[in-house]
Design a protein around this ligand. Sequence first.
Ligand code: TYD
Length: 204
Amino acid sequence: MTGLFLTIEGGDGSGKSTQSALLAEWLEAQGRTVVLTREPGGTDFGLEVRDLVLHWHGDISPRAEALLYAADRAHHIATKVRPALDRGEIVLQDRYLDSSVAYQGAGRVLEPAEIRNLSLWATEGLLPDLTILLDLDESIGRDRLKERTKYDRLEAEEQAFHARVRVGYLALATAEPDRFLVLDASDDLDSLASAIRERVSKLL
Ligand code: TYD
């Protein structure tokens, strides 16, 4: 594999999409080909799974939810991400397996190690070269989402759920300090973007 696999993680409202777009723009200006993608829903099949997992009208059992995210991921990695990495491109992905460990593991209280192994099985062991974690107090994330008229199933979860997600993410970053860049998402946009660029430039 010759490409670079970058993922961006954080709670809802942490600014992942803004920072992904800025980083993609900068990488393209360096002459790199960037595939900007996301989970759930990075493929046509994944869009159907995304709709199901985020908007199903009733409850979904925690294990079924974990399997749906894993199914989206398996197809996405096999059909879009690995081929791009094999072509030597940079894949910049909004959410990956750490989302599952934080939301389905710490949030839904499934065993984090099992959730991680499920994702590794689904992706034949693909781990990112770098994961940017935009860490934010969950109440600030909630405030930022307030303008939305409708929450999806995960966003609608109580604050305690989102607090567990945050703690779960930080535990992941502590366990793999070399893979993670943890940033304070309440910092201003430009400082965050330049901290990200500085770290990514070391990998180019
Ligand atoms: P996302 O697309 O980032 O939400 P939005 O576009 O509304 O900001 O993700 C949708 C939700 O799915 C988000 O609340 C986090 C959740 N999620 C999981 O619970 N597990 C996962 O493995 C992934 C990828 C996302």
